[in-house]
Design a protein around this ligand. Structure first.
Ligand code: COA
Length: 150
């Protein structure tokens, strides 16, 4: 597996972005921003990570390849890239309902910073009734990781 910068059509990655974003309106607003790293094996796309300034804005690994270190490799590559750009604090947000994601980011050195209540509302384009493991998706958790050490 290799991690590389995605330089061709961003829209081709939309199905991957949609794995991590339930709001069409939000995705339309940011899909073209920043830069995107992709994890590739042969000619197969395994996952992607979008870095917009100091924020990991969207990240997903195709279902069949989860649990094998692809997500970790993408975040590690993003950390290196952000360090190269002299970014001191890398930020990411995820749903409070998604305890798996909260574990994933904390395993990668991120710590919780803030909770944004009622971030996933219809007004922001999120369909009602989304649940993750039986928990309603309502609040957003912001995490960050300092890049000056380890
Ligand atoms: C979150 C996601 C990117 C993780 O990618 P992945 O390739 O499966 O993760 P890795 O295999 O690199 O896992 C790294 C560590 O995180 C843990 N982890 C990953 N997903 C986890 C989950 N759902 N629940 C608990 N732990 C998880 C792994 O067990 C591993 O921990 P370890 O070091 O103790 O072994 C992937 O599950 C995904 O695409 N999810 C759907 C989209 C999404 O929610 N994106 C994030 C939006 S913020």
């Amino acid at each position: 597996m290799r991690i590389e910068l995605h330089t061709s059509d961003r829209e081709a990655l939309r199905p991957l972005f949609e794995l991590a974003e339930d709001s069409r309106a939000e995705l339309d607003a940011y899909i073209g921003a920043g830069e995107v790293l992709v994890a590739v094996e042969g000619d197969e796309l395994l996952g992607h990570l979008q870095l917009v300034g100091d924020e990991i804005k969207n990240l997903a690994v195709v279902e069949a390849h989860r649990g094998g270190g692809v997500g970790r490799a993408l975040v590690t590559a993003a950390i290196e890239r952000a360090r190269d750009e002299r970014i001191e604090l890398l930020r990411v947000a995820t749903g409070a309902a998604d305890t798996g994601n909260l574990r994933f980011y904390q395993r990668l050195g991120f710590r919780m910073r803030a909770i944004e209540r009622d971030a996933f509302t219809a007004a922001n384009g999120y369909p009602p009734g989304i649940e993750v493991d039986g928990i309603e998706l309502r609040d957003r958790v912001w995490l960050d990781r300092r890049l000056d050490a380890g």
